[in-house]
Design a protein. Structure first.
Lengths: 112, 114
């Protein structure tokens, strides 16, 4: 069974630029999550999808972050414009309903 | 608001030792608790999932226990090996949400020396 796929693995941008991350969950997993992990901290949930609907985006900075999950499969997370404090690893995870979550390798973002 | 604390923040042991990692949480109304491993520059690998009705789970040399009433979980690693060196994260899924919104601790960084 293929795992959660993410791309790119690394991205370096200047502040005020925009960036997008892509995630492909495990086949059949209805729930998809995006987490932000700042160095030295545990992951923090940004947004959670059930199929293609948002069920929790309470910690998503909506003035600069957006996410979508078209057709209930792949998802993209966008930051526009980026700030220095957005430097972090962005992790995508998926699960079957409220079951165990499986994580992708993450995208390491550096904002200079 | 659920808060998860992991102690110690870092641990260094010689190969072969048995060790215990601790996780505490402030709200005992949890749906489940999950232990993860994270290697440098990598994503998270799920180690054990304990449902709120369970007291422990075992996988190979790993054993995780859950005491909801006291808000504690422990991860026991038997006969540690250098390959166990990684950061271990504990995460809880709150009961009072409809979906699995995990709240993570900050992790314990483990180094097992040969």
């Amino acid at each position: 069974e293929a795992g959660v796929a993410q791309s790119p693995r690394y991205k370096i941008i200047e502040k005020r630029q925009s960036v997008a991350f892509w995630c492909n969950p495990i086949s059949g997993h209805a729930t998809l999550y995006w987490y932000q992990q700042i160095l030295g901290q545990g992951p923090k949930l940004l947004i959670q999808f059930q199929n293609n609907g948002v069920v929790d985006d309470s910690q998503l900075p909506k003035d600069r972050f957006s996410a979508e999950r078209l057709k209930g499969v792949d998802s993209t997370l966008k930051i526009q414009p980026a700030k220095l404090e957005d430097s972090a690893v962005y992790l995508c995870a998926s699960s079957w309903d409220r079951d165990e979550q499986y994580f992708g390798p993450g995208t390491r973002l550096t904002v200079t | 608001k659920q808060e998860v604390t992991q102690i110690p923040a870092a641990l260094s042991v010689p190969e072969g030792e048995n060790l215990v990692l601790n996780c505490s949480f402030t709200d005992s109304a949890i749906y489940n608790l999950q232990w993860f491993r994270q290697d440098p520059g990598k994503g998270l690998t799920s180690l054990l999932l304990i449902q709120s009705s369970q007291r422990e789970q075992t996988s190979g040399r790993l054993n995780a226990s859950l005491d909801k009433s006291s808000g504690r979980s422990t991860l026991y690693i038997a006969a540690s090996q250098p390959g166990d060196s990684a950061t271990y994260l504990c995460a809880v899924g709150p009961m009072n949400t409809g979906f699995q919104k995990l709240v993570f601790g900050t992790g314990t960084r483990l180094l097992v020396s040969p």
